[in-house]
Write a protein that binds this ligand. Structure first.
Ligand SMILES: O=C[C@H](O)COP(=O)(O)O
Length: 238
C-alpha cells in the first residue's frame, strides 16, 4: 500500500517529498477535484523529485483540457477527470488523443467519480471499459463534489473491494481517494487498495488550506496501524 498526497505548490511538494510520501500528486484544490496547477510547477517538482519519488499530475476535467504539451517527461502519471462527459459521445476518443500525446513512459490513470451523478460523468462500467481500451495502468476512484461527503457515502466497502478484485484481475492498480479521514482507515485497510490518496485529511482546516507535516505523519502512522491490524485479523482467521 502506498500513500499519495496531493500538493499545490513547490513548497508543499518539498514538504511531502521530505516526509517520504510514495507519490507526490500535483493538484490545485481551488480548481476542483482534479484541478491542474501550472506547467511551471509541474516542471519544477517533476525535475526536482522524480528520482526519489513518483510525481503524478492532475490535468483538470476532459472538456477543459486542450493540450498535454507541457507535461514533463519526468512525470510518472497523469489523470484527467471526466466530469460533464456522461452524455458526450466522443469523450473516449478525445481522451485517447490526449493520452497518445503524452511523453513516452508517462502512465495513464483512469478516473471514476464515485459521485458520478453529481459530476455528470460516465458510469463505472464505461470507465472500466475505457481503462482497458486505453491501456491505463491505474484506476482511481475519487469524489467530484467534496462538499457531498466521502467516497463511502457513495460506494460501500464491499463494492470497492469487488472493484479492486476486478481491477487486479485486469492487471490495473487501484487508487482510492475521496475525503478519506482517519475514521475511514479500518475500512480502507479491508479494501486493500494499492494506493491511498489524500489531501483534506492532512491539511489545516480543509483541502484548500495548507498541508500540515504533523497531520501528514499522523495520518500515515494511522494508516500503517490500520493495515497491520487488518493483516493480523486476516491471519488469525486463516
Ligand atoms: O487524489 C487525491 C485527492 O487529492 C484527494 O483529496 P481529498 O482527500 O481532499 O478528497
Amino acid at each position: 500500500m502506498q500513500l499519495l498526497v496531493s500538493v499545490r505548490s513547490v513548497a508543499e511538494a518539498n514538504l511531502a517529498g521530505q516526509l517520504s510520501v510514495d507519490l507526490i500528486d500535483l493538484k490545485e484544490p481551488n480548481s476542483g477535484s482534479l484541478g491542474a496547477t501550472s506547467p511551471k510547477v509541474w516542471q519544477a517538482v517533476a525535475c526536482q523529485w522524480h528520482q526519489r519519488t513518483r510525481v503524478s499530475l492532475a490535468l483538470g476535467e476532459l472538456p477543459e483540457v486542450v493540450s498535454v504539451a507541457n507535461v514533463p517527461a519526468e512525470a510518472d502519471s497523469v489523470k484527467i477527470g471526466l466530469a460533464g462527459c456522461r452524455r458526450q459521445p466522443d469523450w473516449q476518443s478525445e481522451l485517447s488523443t490526449l493520452f497518445d500525446q503524452l511523453p513516452n513512459g508517462v502512465q495513464r490513470v483512469a478516473v471514476y467519480y464515485a459521485d458520478a451523478h453529481l459530476a455528470d460523468s460516465p458510469s463505472l462500467e464505461d470507465v472500466l471499459d475505457m481503462a482497458r481500451q486505453l491501456e491505463c495502468q491505474t484506476f482511481l476512484v475519487d469524489t467530484y463534489d467534496k462538499s457531498a461527503g466521502a467516497v463511502f457515502d457513495h460506494m460501500s466497502p464491499m463494492q470497492l473491494k469487488k472493484l479492486r478484485d476486478r481491477l487486479h484481475a485486469d492487471g490495473l492498480h487501484f487508487a482510492l481517494a475521496g475525503s478519506l479521514r482517519v475514521k475511514h482507515l479500518s475500512s480502507v485497510a479491508k479494501i486493500q487498495p494499492d494506493i491511498v490518496a489524500v489531501r483534506g485529511a492532512v491539511c489545516h482546516r480543509d483541502r484548500t488550506g495548507e498541508i500540515d507535516a504533523e497531520l501528514l505523519q499522523s495520518f500515515r502512522e494511522q494508516l500503517r496501524l490500520a493495515w497491520k491490524l487488518d493483516r493480523q485479523e486476516v491471519l488469525s482467521r486463516s
